[in-house]
Ligand binder design. Sequence first.
Ligand code: SF4
Length: 454
Amino acid sequence: MIGHADKAALFAANEERTHWHDQALWFVRLKRDRQAESIPEWEALREAASAIKAHTLSRLADYLEEFERNARANGIQVHWARDGAEHNAIVHRILADRGIKRLVKSKSMLTEECHLNPYLEARGIEVTDTDLGERIVQLRREPPSHIVLPAIHLKKEDIGELFHKELGTAKGASDPNYLTEAARSHLRQKFMAAQAGLTGVNFAIAETGGFVVCTNEGNADMGTSLPPVHIGCMGVEKIVPRTKDLAVFLRLLARSATGQPVTTYTTHFHGPMRGGELHVVIVDNGRSAILGQETFRRSLSCIRCGACMNTCPVFRRSGGYSYGYTVPGPIGSLLAPLRDPSNFSSLPFASSLCGSCSDVCPVKIDLHHELYAFRQELVRQKIVPFHKRLAMAGLSWVLMRTWAYRLTGGLMRRIVPRLPRALVYGPWNPWGRQRELPQMPRESFRDLIRKEPK
Ligand code: SF4
């Protein structure tokens, strides 16, 4: 299997795209910073969110059962799915039993994780993603490259070309307003023709049996208020105990995700519409196994804001597809190998361990320490490739011996400046083109310090 570094190199080979991908995400990160700084109690909110999640995870089964009882009392039909296959089968059964052939969907990373779209399409159901970014990548037959900004890897010119081919917009048109208007008319027809709507779930509230969906485009609201059947799909970790907990999470979510004070639409569902049906599918799909791992269970606290991706220097320069998993970035680098350590063994190494992800995480997941712990775990299990283990063992040997460290440092000072530039900046090393190596001083650091008083 191709590891993260190789796929990242493919992305980074296009320097221009790498640069604007980096800049676009950094822009979002700065917006998030401004929002966080505007709230004096920001750190207290993060503490509260972290504590609520830790408490909820410690009594997850109780809260899920409480949610089920209250949801049923509200007239919601609750289904349980052990894994992605069961989830897909349940959704299909709900649709097939009612003869439904057209489904509109708002953003749901869970359904991406379960590969619901191809499953339903293979059974004759037309599935339309209605979030604009999701619809763009769906038309390109690609997965999202970011959990909040699914088409962030594309430029407006790429989208203009796609819409010209798929929606018949003018050739060469790339004006965002024009393209958005075209997408709006296209999606309006899909909404009007839909027989069912499917949404993700941002938060499910145990004490009321209702759930909340946050969007910026209002597509979840359109998709659930026009057709008579609504299916909400949630991972078990989406539960919060009380309605008042929402106040904490809703203040953190949009600010962390896109730097907005609040998502444009925050919709509460507490029962079916008159004459309609509301279903909730609660999915485990490996989450209980993660809950059983003390070191990594906090990864289940994630509220999928994407802030760790926007800030991560590796993600910004390697793109979401280099991770090869539904959820990329620092949190995906934990979730993917937690499910399948052999296939995703390169992901915990796709981090500089700078700690920026942990600093921005609204629920205070200690991401970089968990990534570091995961590396150690992979080495212990001998899942890391031999050449990497050998390099690490060599480096460790050198770093533990002062004389070897000094000798290697001295050799590096003499050798690196004499290396042909092609070795560092050659086409085989796209990372080298992204950065200038510092000039190595001829003298050792110790000698330089000694000279300082002069
Ligand atoms: S790990 Fe934290 S920062 Fe990353 S997506 Fe989840 S909640 Fe957001």
